[in-house]
Design a protein around this ligand. Structure first.
Ligand SMILES: Nc1ncnc2c1ncn2[C@@H]1O[C@H](COP(=O)(O)OP(=O)(O)O)[C@@H](O)[C@H]1O
Ligand SMILES: [Mg+2]
Ligand SMILES: [Zn+2]
Ligand SMILES: [Zn+2]
Length: 279
């Protein structure tokens, strides 16, 4: 009867571990170890110096660590590149690339209200409209960029859209593509409305885009430095938004939209003031 047919790999190639011997490492001196005799090639393999062996594996581990770090660095770089492409697609200005709802300092009850309204809008925006009104530097674009980062879509200054049209005066298809993008963007934010008096053309496409988006439950945000005539301190002045676009367009937006008025101070001025040591 066969008692044991089990053979180790060593048995198969004919390895035999011999008696312990003394060796001399040129670098680390004396050491003891057991050589291995390999039958098939009739060779003895000396054991490695344990210090050399340790050094070798430490070197290997260090190289492996460097390789891993390089791999991580490349991954981080690729992620950052992707993030930049994404931000460019949203058309967010570089100063807002690292801004978000989290970095917004809601230092007045009004700003707290705006911040929580914007966060809620970003979450639940289907068919909703927001109009942000107020002086420069009051945080409108900061919140707009924060919304976009959540919803996707695109922000344009009204002038930018006009320039895109100008570039394609002769190409009707391109004009259609621009309009189509404005109508279909996940979220559309138009900034600097009322910076200059709207042309007939501007009012036409704007009106079309607003209607089209409204019909399809697509959200819209309009930003302006002007104020609504209803809230005009002088009951009508050069800074009334109504001077820049027709009441018909405005009423369509304001009728079922959220109007946010930013009456605070210019944040940059505030910061400059504070950094000079004043409170
Ligand atoms: N409440 C705030 N908390 C943090 N940063 C702010 C705040 N308000 C404005 N800023 C910063 O000040 C600068 C100007 O604000 P911005 O949003 O462009 O103002 P607006 O669009 O109303 O002109 C931006 O760099 C913005 O990030
Ligand atoms: Mg702005
Ligand atoms: Zn050695
Ligand atoms: Zn006015």
């Amino acid at each position: 009867m066969v008692t044991s047919e089990v053979k180790t790999a060593g048995d198969i190639v004919g390895e035999v571990v011999l008696e312990e011997r003394e060796y001399e490492c040129p670098q680390h001196g004396k050491y003891y170890g057991r050589p291995v005799y390999i039958a098939w090639c009739k060779r003895e393999i000396d054991p490695m110096c344990p210090v050399c062996e340790e050094e070798k594996s430490a070197k290997y581990a260090a190289a492996e660590q460097i390789r891993l770090e390089e791999q991580q660095r490349q991954q981080a770089e690729a992620n950052e590149q992707k993030r930049i492409e994404w931000l460019k697609g949203l058309n967010i200005g570089k100063i807002f690339w690292n801004e978000s709802f989290e970095t917004f300092n809601a230092y007045t009850p009004e700003l707290q209200r705006h911040l929580s309204n914007c966060m809620a809008f970003a979450k639940e925006h289907k068919g909703r409209k927001v109009v942000m009104l107020g002086n420069n530097g009051t945080g409108k674009n900061h919140l707009a960029a924060s919304i976009l980062k959540v919803t996707g879509g695109v922000i344009y200054k009204i002038m930018e859209i006009e320039l895109m049209f100008d570039k394609h005066v002769s190409g009707d298809i391109r004009r259609w593509e621009i309009i189509k993008k404005l109508c279909e963007a996940e979220m559309l934010i138009i900034d600097e409305i009322g910076r200059s008096k709207a042309s007939e053309h501007e009012l036409n496409w704007l009106s079309y885009v607003i209607d089209k988006r409204h019909e399809n439950y697509m959200p819209l945000v309009l930003i302006s430095n002007k104020h609504l005539k209803d809230n005009c301190p002088q009951n009508g002045c050069a800074d009334c938004l109504q001077n820049f676009m027709g009441n018909d367009i405005l009423s369509r937006i304001t009728e079922n939209g959220l109007i946010m008025e930013f009456t605070g101070e210019d944040y940059r001025e505030k910061k400059r003031f504070q950094s000079k040591g004043a409170k």
